[in-house]
Design a protein around this ligand. Structure first.
Ligand code: ATP
Ligand code: MG
Length: 400
């Protein structure tokens, strides 16, 4: 099969392929971008595979960066563009069902395509638009089927993460798992215990953000892969409930976690433990905690000024935009306006500070100072007093 039109992203990269070929090697576009072109979807990263070894690539191009030379990947800089160029490789020795401990560079494209996970990810595209399809991936694309390359059982034993990748492609593309591939994931799901949480996390989030999330979640439960993901041992029912929640796609990682926690009915005070087990960053955990709690309040009534102030604009918008998942109407612009209307937006905006209070009351620093500032802050946010130094000092006097 030959592409009728070559997408712009590939056109831009054609001189790179040509240069490699002129030096006497083979070079192709490979991986997810070829799949996405064939599905008429936008491409993100253009990956190039070549028979040239990394040192040979570095001889051809003057500007390169070693981004993963032990895996055979060299980054080639071309004007403002950069391309990852990876030498054809096989992954010979697999330890413990994880990624191989070393890779072997080879000169054969077929060898390289054979080690890829699914038939629809194992295309190579030639410079002239010819699609190389060694595993009938085109037929699987047409039939909307996700099929492991070769023997699924062996492939999931080589790298168990492929099972999670399979589920996330179900969620992203709405494809069905081919029968043997499904059976093999079901049979081998416990191998996920061998995979690092960080790698599982990446695929799980992609699953939750997929357009066909409901389908992906159902497969996640049916194959029992969820049993070997952090904190989800008893979550089968909750995950199915999540699958039924709404058709609406999720676009924010924080939203995905909040909705998951909400559907699993995780208590507020367990959120940190839950997300730590998933190795989420502290920043993300804080955001999820705040948005989760904000959401519980927002489901029953509009934001109080206090809540709006505490959340800040970014998190308040995150809360508001979750409402449609619960068949409630979101009004993000009203939330933004109401936030702007708050008399202050942080403690720095308050017309008094610690130094002023200490001088005025001739007192040394202590707990009283923090408490007084906080009381002033709350009174101003609530609109009980205006943000003027004289008024605040009268209020503080009464408070102390
Ligand atoms: P995305 O669109 O999310 O980037 P992708 O298919 O491009 O999806 P990548 O992780 O970018 O996924 O990997 C690029 C390609 O490398 C895949 O299309 C596949 O051919 C191969 N690949 C990636 N991870 C694995 C794996 N664990 N086992 C086998 N092949 C893999
Ligand atoms: Mg990719």
């Amino acid at each position: 099969m030959k592409l009728k039109t070559i997408p712009q992203e590939y056109q831009n990269a054609l001189p790179i392929l040509k240069k490699i070929e002129q030096a006497g090697y083979e070079a192709y576009f490979v991986g997810g971008s070829v799949r996405d072109v064939l599905l008429n979807q936008p491409i993100h990263d253009v990956d190039i595979a070549t028979s040239a070894f990394p040192a040979e690539i570095k001889e051809i191009f003057p500007r390169t960066i070693d981004v993963g030379i032990e895996h055979g990947t060299v980054l080639v800089l071309d004007g403002d563009d950069k391309y990852e160029i990876t030498t054809f490789r096989t992954e010979s020795t697999y330890q413990d069902y994880r990624r191989p401990d070393h890779v072997e560079f080879v000169r054969s494209l077929a060898e390289d395509l054979k080690r890829r996970d699914f038939t629809i990810n194992a295309f190579a595209l030639k410079e002239d638009g010819e699609v190389i399809d060694l595993f009938d991936g085109l037929q699987d694309l047409t039939n909307q089927v996700l099929r492991a390359v070769g023997n699924p059982h062996e492939r999931f034993h080589e790298d168990a993460l492929r099972m999670m990748r399979g589920l996330r492609f179900v969620s992203q593309l709405g494809f069905e798992l081919e029968e043997e591939t499904f059976a093999s994931i079901y049979e081998n799901h416990a191998l996920l215990a061998k995979i690092s949480v960080e790698r599982i996390n990446i695929e799980f989030i992609k699953l939750l953000l997929g357009k066909y999330r409901n389908q992906g979640l159902k497969m996640f439960v049916e194959t029992e892969c969820y049993l070997y993901c952090p904190m989800l041992r008893n979550a089968g029912q909750g995950l199915l409930k999540f699958a039924e929640l709404s058709e609406k796609q999720i676009h924010e990682e924080a939203h995905a976690w909040v909705l998951l926690l909400d559907q699993l009915q995780i208590e507020s005070n367990s959120i940190r433990t839950f997300l730590k087990a998933w190795k989420c960053s502290n920043e993300l955990i804080r955001t999820v905690q705040n948005v989760y709690e904000g959401l519980q309040q927002r489901k029953t009534s509009y934001f109080s000024k206090q809540l709006l102030y505490e959340l800040g604009e970014y998190q308040a918008v995150l809360v508001e935009s979750l409402l449609p998942y619960f068949n409630l109407t979101a009004d993000v612009s009203t939330v933004q306006e109401d936030y702007l209307q708050l008399p202050i937006h942080s403690l720095q905006d308050l017309a008094i500070n610690g130094t002023i209070l200490m001088e005025h009351f001739d007192k040394k620093p202590g707990k009283w100072l923090k408490d007084t500032l906080s009381a002033c802050e709350q009174a101003v946010v609530a609109g009980e007093i205006s943000n003027q130094q004289s008024q605040l000092l009268v209020f503080a006097q009464q408070f102390i």
